[in-house]
Design a protein around this ligand. Structure first.
Ligand SMILES: [Zn+2]
Length: 138
């Protein structure tokens, strides 16, 4: 019994070594919740907004700016919720979160999500804490 348990974990360790880190695995590691939104009148409330910049270790305003410019609608933060002055459909939020990961979180060199975003003279740079690469962020 003990022997087979050891074999199993040795096998798992071997599989982990063999399998290269891909971007999709890294995204899984981030464990992001689904965006919860609510439409009221002409506004859309993103109720669990704060969970996203917190998990991604991003500035809540910078994160919101990304959605503001991609959706081309105004938005503001209020009590941890994001309020959009329009009614983008639900899929837009999920799709934009995935695009944000690709543009500003996942290192294009090694696929790690352990990165920092630096802003210098309006230029965004992605700094990878895993491999040290500096990449241009969109
Ligand atoms: Zn990297």
């Amino acid at each position: 019994m003990n022997q087979s348990k050891e074999d199993y974990s040795a096998l798992l360790a071997r599989i982990r070594q063999v399998r290269p880190e891909s971007a999709s695995q890294s995204e899984d590691r981030l464990k992001l919740p689904a965006p919860r939104t609510m439409v009221s009148g002409k506004k859309t409330f993103w109720i669990n907004y704060m969970e996203f910049p917190t998990i991604l270790r991003r500035d809540p305003d910078e994160f919101l700016n990304y959605f503001r410019s991609q959706l081309a609608i105004n938005a503001s933060l209020e009590n941890g919720r994001a309020i959009f002055m329009g009614r983008p459909d639900k899929q837009s939020f999920s799709a934009l979160i995935q695009r944000y990961l690709k543009d500003r979180v996942i290192c294009p060199v090694c696929g790690s999500p352990d990165t920092k975003l630096e802003k210098n003279k309006q230029v965004l740079t992605l700094l990878c804490e895993a491999c040290g690469a500096r990449s241009a962020a969109k």
